[in-house]
Write a protein that binds this ligand. Structure first.
Ligand SMILES: [Zn+2]
Length: 99
């Protein structure tokens, strides 16, 4: 039957086309994956400082200061106790801010 010859031929043509498309797709995939890797690396390098910042922020809240340190209520910097000038309404003020 003609259709019997036709069918495999069509399939071959389709296979060839598919392989060409596949090659193109693979090339595109390679390019895309290369871009993805770069983006992933960039994202990782971007994520690290962000994670560090949030960790620092968290650490500041959980551990605001050491026993011999205080957080100035005006500049919000952690100062050594020796930098404590006075307390205003129970809030510590460092020498720089009190000056
Ligand atoms: Zn201060």
């Amino acid at each position: 039957m003609a259709t019997d010859y036709d069918a495999p031929r069509k399939a071959d043509d389709e296979l060839n086309e598919d392989s060409l498309e596949e090659l193109k797709a693979r090339r595109a995939e390679k390019t895309a994956s290369a871009v993805d890797v770069d983006e992933a690396e960039a994202a990782e390098s971007l994520e690290l400082p962000g994670a560090d910042l949030s960790h620092e922020e968290l650490a500041v809240h959980v551990l605001p200061r050491q026993a011999d340190e205080f957080t100035c209520s005006r500049c919000f910097l952690v100062r050594h106790r020796s930098q404590l000038a006075k307390q205003v309404k129970g809030q510590p003020v460092c020498r720089e801010c009190a000056a």
